[in-house]
Write a protein that binds this ligand. Sequence first.
Ligand code: AMP
Ligand code: ZN
Ligand code: FE
Ligand code: FE
Length: 285
Amino acid sequence: MDERIDLHTHTTASDGIYSPVELIDLAKRYGLRSLAITDHDTVGGLDEAVRYAGQTGVELIPGIEFSVDYEGGSFHLVGLYIDYRNLRLVEATQRLQERRSTRIARIIDDLAKHDIVIPLDEVLAEAGGESMGRPHVARVLVRHGFAEDMNDVFRRFMVRGRPGYIRKEKIARDEAVSLIHESGGVAVIAHPISLNFGSFRNFIPVIENMIRSGIDGIEVYASMHGDAEVGEFLEIARRYELLVSGGSDFHGDKDEEIGQYHPDKNIPVGILDAIRRRAAARKSV
Ligand code: AMP
Ligand code: ZN
Ligand code: FE
Ligand code: FE
């Protein structure tokens, strides 16, 4: 089997369906050489992941995916090779967990106002007490017959203008970048297409501003990007000497495959060296 890497995945520590141990086993089966776990706003799964990966021969890259405050689109910032024990980082994630829990309760209240009634308990059980997100609610909505599948849920509920839409209170960009850097990590804009900039001409001032804020790279290889967009982002990464990252954004319940950004398209293994070198350089200062 071809060698594979994946620099963006989720576990049960946030809204993935596999535990860190199960995900690493899966990664091993799919021939992954390196796997980053990048749960939403939490480092909760990383200690277990790092310890278990050590026995398997899979390189476990400790990561995180912050939802960052941004006007216009959705801005997710992935940190790779972070020191997940960094105190400031841990404290920030605890604060974000509290906000996530509050938001989920408000989502359920708002759904109930629209006669979409699901038990909070079941959503809590779905989340298993850690980083809560809309997918946990979504799975319960499907189970109770309010929607057919995850895609159906996200068309009809919890998005702007629909029942259950509650804006998330997010971390500020400068804080997210500095937490990642301070913990020795590399900051990468996840699936930059979701910034919703319109045409690629409009992306230029956006990326120049992001670079000034200290981001190190962008995900070029992402399932949200069409082939043409992969090409555009690659070109921009080269022009601005940004690190190139890539990941499946694996959660386990869509049709993603670990190590691939599109069906039958592996994330190129060659992108990892430069990312690893940048992180090593940061740690040595
Ligand atoms: P939250 O962090 O609570 O805002 O939830 C965001 C998560 O919801 C994403 O990471 C995805 O896992 C999931 N999600 C968002 N939009 C969709 C969609 N259209 N289809 C399936 N899952 C989605
Ligand atoms: Zn998610
Ligand atoms: Fe994301
Ligand atoms: Fe993600």
